[in-house]
Ligand binder design. Structure first.
Ligand code: PEP
Length: 263
């Protein structure tokens, strides 16, 4: 179902009217985690002025350590819905448990399945049934074939509104948190008709790498970028070192506006 065979044209996924795929480059931006109403609104306004068409923000955070901030849960979803009403930005947010899919889908415009859950088959089937577009991140230790098979689980439930997101894979290299597999973008685009976007924030885990990795993603023809922004990265409860703010965000905005046309 997700294979390029039998699909003459590439799929354009519409998220509350915002297209991902086709000719454009869609920017999704927002805080890694929803922390407070003020922080989320500020981050959303930053995202919107940088040209983002969709707001990202985690209310359920799949953290490596059980002692790390786990997200606000439904209270976070309510904050996202208020910020959507104020800014007009549709919401992309992660769901980590099949039991929460209905609740999260009642707030979200797009459901995100994170790297740690790429092969959580019950979750994939539940998001396939939820009637919302899905962003499927690549498992950090998954092959492209496994990633596409995970997408197939969603598609099998009748939902073809799937966006693939390359977010870096685990390699022997320790200088970056993950290694952005840039070749996965054209490879997945050749094997599948689904749009493929890149997360340069979770790939490198470092603010100084977000711009170079974004340039690379645009250059290989990614259909979009999903980027962390935060009004005060130094006090962020999650992944502050990779969040953009100030000049870096302005530079990203210029890049997304100009580079695709220059290629
Ligand atoms: C995220 O986007 O908030 C996230 C946790 O990403 P990943 O699943 O790629 O680590």
């Amino acid at each position: 179902l997700v294979s390029r065979e039998n699909h003459v044209s590439r799929t354009v996924v519409s998220v509350a009217g915002v297209p991902i795929g086709g000719d454009g480059m869609t920017l999704i931006a927002g805080p890694c985690a929803v922390e407070t109403p003020e922080q989320t609104l500020k981050a959303a306004l930053m995202a919107r002025s940088a040209g983002a068409a969709l707001l990202r923000g985690g209310a359920y955070k799949p953290r490596t350590s059980p002692y790390a901030f786990q997200g606000l849960g439904e209270a976070g979803l309510r904050i996202l819905a208020d910020v959507r009403a104020e800014t007009g930005l549709p919401i992309v947010t992660e769901v980590v448990d099949a039991a929460d899919v209905e609740l999260v889908a009642s707030y979200a415009d797009m459901l995100q399945v994170g790297t740690r859950n790429m092969q959580n088959f019950a979750l994939l089937q539940a998001v396939g049934d939820a009637g919302r577009p899905v962003m499927l991140k690549r498992g950090m230790s998954s092959t492209i074939e496994e990633w596409l098979m995970a997408a197939e689980y969603i598609a099998q439930r009748g939902n073809l509104d799937i966006v693939l997101c390359e977010r870096g894979i685990r390699t022997f290299e320790k200088a970056t948190r993950n290694t952005l597999d840039i070749s996965a973008v054209p490879v997945a685009q050749r094997l599948s008709h689904l749009p493929v976007i890149v997360d340069p924030s979770h790939s490198g885990g470092r603010r100084d790498l977000v711009l170079p990795l974004s340039r690379a993603a645009i250059a290989v023809g990614a259909d979009g970028l999903i980027v962390d922004v935060h009004p005060h990265p130094e006090t962020a409860l999650c992944d502050g070192p990779q969040a953009l703010v100030g000049e870096d965000l302005e530079e990203l905005a210029t890049l997304v506006r100009t580079l695709p046309n220059a290629l």
